[in-house]
Ligand binder design. Structure first.
Ligand SMILES: Nc1nc2c(c(=O)[nH]1)N[C@H]1C(S)=C(S)[C@@H](COP(=O)(O)O)O[C@H]1N2
Ligand SMILES: [Mo]
Length: 343
């Protein structure tokens, strides 16, 4: 595969694997921004990044539809209304290195920066499916594919979601062409990618060129093998991560981090402890937006020592508490044990 024609990458990222390009920002920088700036958005690729001309890029929609269509991006933009959604994009492998410390796991070694909270702009998948005509009462799947790009383990990159998720009224799934109000860059899937709020990043197919409505899930390797995670298969678990911890005065420790919900309602609180969880201090939530954003939090707690270790745990609206130990699995996905940081 040819990696020589890739556009330049951000120099603010730690490169975890150069080809395909896989890189993440330092988590201390990440938690400084509610919306992740482009240069701090992680890159997760299974093949070379390619640039395409928007005017010539075509999206085709076929399969179990009344009318097959093939439209260019400008045509799609003029046919369907624009929507904006704030949602956190997160790789299932986020925090894999912490899981791997328990017992070795397979996959790119990731720390806890494989997440980005962005404003996504695009057209609604629901509008496109209504336009082509689908039978929503059937147990159908909406399969996404990027045949235009190459990848490591299959002929193309693909994924799917149930049609019920695609058609859900208040929770738009987007075919996005903007990220943080800028045109979607090539490395994040421009001219068009899928945005499925609440689902793991593997389903957010980049360089989308084909949608197939089918009675089966996508047969693609990345749907059937690589990102089959324990139930729930699509959402990531309740999580919190410490981004930075430093002494703000001789007697105070300042701690900042992010948190993400599972599928039982948003994050309601994040707690921090300096005694391995014997006692917990509450933190202040400083940012949260809608159902699908991440949560930013910070706290200042009394400490007299000059060094130590701190941990965090998140609690959601249903009262679920992030577990002390994450559940180990060989793929190293969906780790959500308490977050720890030495200071
Ligand atoms: N076509 C294509 N889409 C893809 C991928 C890919 O390699 N190829 N990687 C997926 C995975 S595993 C993740 S986590 C996200 C990463 O998106 P990003 O690189 O914009 O951060 O894109 C998903 N969509
Ligand atoms: Mo991913």
């Amino acid at each position: 595969m040819d990696y020589t024609t890739e556009p330049p990458h951000s120099d603010k990222l730690f490169v975890q694997a150069p080809q395909p390009f896989n890189a993440e920002p330092p988590v201390a920088s990440l938690v400084e921004f509610a919306y992740t700036p482009h240069e701090l958005v992680y890159c997760r690729n299974h093949g070379p990044v390619r640039e395409f001309e928007e005017a010539e890029y075509m999206l085709s929609v076929n399969g179990a539809v009344d009318q097959v269509i093939s439209m260019s991006i400008p045509q799609l933009k003029s046919t369907f209304t624009k929507a904006r959604v704030v949602a956190a994009l997160q790789c299932a492998g986020n925090r894999r290195n912490e899981m791997g410390a328990i017992k070795p796991v397979h996959g790119v070694g990731w720390n806890s920066g494989v997440i980005a909270n962005c404003v996504w702009g695009g057209i609604r998948l629901r509008d496109v499916l209504s336009y082509v005509g689908v039978h929503t009462d059937d147990l159908l799947h909406v399969c996404f594919a990027s045949f235009a790009t190459l990848c490591q383990d299959d002929e193309y990159y693909g994924a799917s979601i149930p049609i019920s998720r695609a058609m859900k009224l208040e929770d738009d799934v987007l075919l996005a062409y903007e990220m943080n109000d800028e045109p979607l860059s090539a490395e994040h899937g421009g001219p068009m990618r899928v945005v499925v709020p609440g689902y793991l990043g593997a389903r957010w197919v980049k360089w989308l060129d084909t949608i197939i409505v089918s009675s089966e899930e996508s047969p693609n390797y990345y749907q059937q093998r690589d990102y089959k995670i324990l139930p729930p298969e699509t959402a990531l678990p309740l999580n919190s991560v410490i981004g930075s911890a430093f002494k703000s005065s001789p007697s105070k420790l300042r701690v900042k981090g992010y948190a993400t919900p599972g599928d039982c309602g948003n994050v309601a609180a994040v707690e921090i402890s300096t005694d391995n969880g014997a006692t917990w201090h509450s933190s202040k939530i400083t940012y949260q937006e809608g159902k699908y954003s991440w949560t930013l939090w910070e706290g200042e707690i009394p400490v007299m020592e000059s060094s130590g270790e701190i941990c965090s745990r998140a609690i959601d609206l249903a009262g679920n508490i992030q577990p002390k130990e994450g559940q180990w699995n060989i793929r190293g996905v969906a780790f959500n044990g308490w977050s720890w940081m030495k200071w």
